[in-house]
Design a protein. Structure first.
Lengths: 113, 111
């Protein structure tokens, strides 16, 4: 019940394409859903985050879509660029009082020039 | 602002040895969490420190221990190293229940 399932494991798109990464969770008590971007040899960096009372959030070329009833959320990268090639992790935060973020297994994205 | 810093960058140890990893949180942050990231996997929560106390712990054995100092910096200690402890160890800092920021990690290799 504490898992976050992420798909696909890897993704290749052409420059300008719109890669979509999906995550699903079981625990309806999760109250915060961030996405992280990680380059090789670096720590994860926060990209964008959403709370379950919002269905969509956009920040620049990155959009999160959130479906509370289906317990799913996804990351869309508009007009993808080769510099977006990285590993992306979704995560979920349990409710206040517990602190351990639960991470998905990651999606390795490659954007072809 | 230097952000979250970790040392050392890389470390090679042999089985049975002990290791200490260090983390300095982002300025203004008082909470430090440690994660283990195995190759090709997402980070796994080890524990979190706040006010020099371990506040919560993930599913890791007692060989993993930590400490937080009055200046909010933190150490992660791993005793009796196993081959399976080879991973990237990430430190993340935050303030109260706000967003956490990750450091670059320490790559530990156990031979």
């Amino acid at each position: 019940q504490q898992q976050v399932k992420q798909s696909p494991q890897s993704l290749i798109v052409q420059k300008g394409g719109i890669p979509i990464i999906n995550c699903a969770y079981e625990n309806t008590a999760f109250d915060y859903f961030p996405w992280y971007q990680q380059f090789p040899g670096k720590g994860p960096a926060l990209l964008i985050a959403i709370r379950p009372d919002v269905s969509e959030k956009k920040e620049g070329r990155f959009t999160i879509s959130f479906n509370k009833s289906a317990k799913q959320f996804s990351l869309h990268i508009m007009d993808s660029q080769p510099g977006d090639s990285a590993t992306y992790f979704c995560a979920a935060r349990p409710p206040a009082g517990t602190y351990k973020y639960i991470f998905g297994t990651g999606t390795r994205l490659k954007v072809l020039a | 602002d230097a952000g979250v810093t970790q040392s050392p960058t890389h470390l090679i140890k042999t089985r049975g040895q002990q290791v200490t990893l260090r983390c300095s949180p982002k300025s203004g942050h008082d909470t430090v969490s440690w994660y283990q990231q195995a190759l090709g996997q997402g980070p796994q929560f080890i524990f979190q420190y706040y006010e020099e106390e371990e506040r919560q712990r993930g599913n890791f054995p007692d060989r993993f221990s930590g400490h937080q100092f009055p200046n909010y910096s933190s150490e992660l200690n791993v005793n009796a190293l196993l081959l399976g402890d080879s991973a990237l160890y990430l430190c993340a800092s935050s303030s109260y229940y706000n967003e956490q920021f990750f450091g670059p990690g320490t790559r530990l290799t156990v031979l």
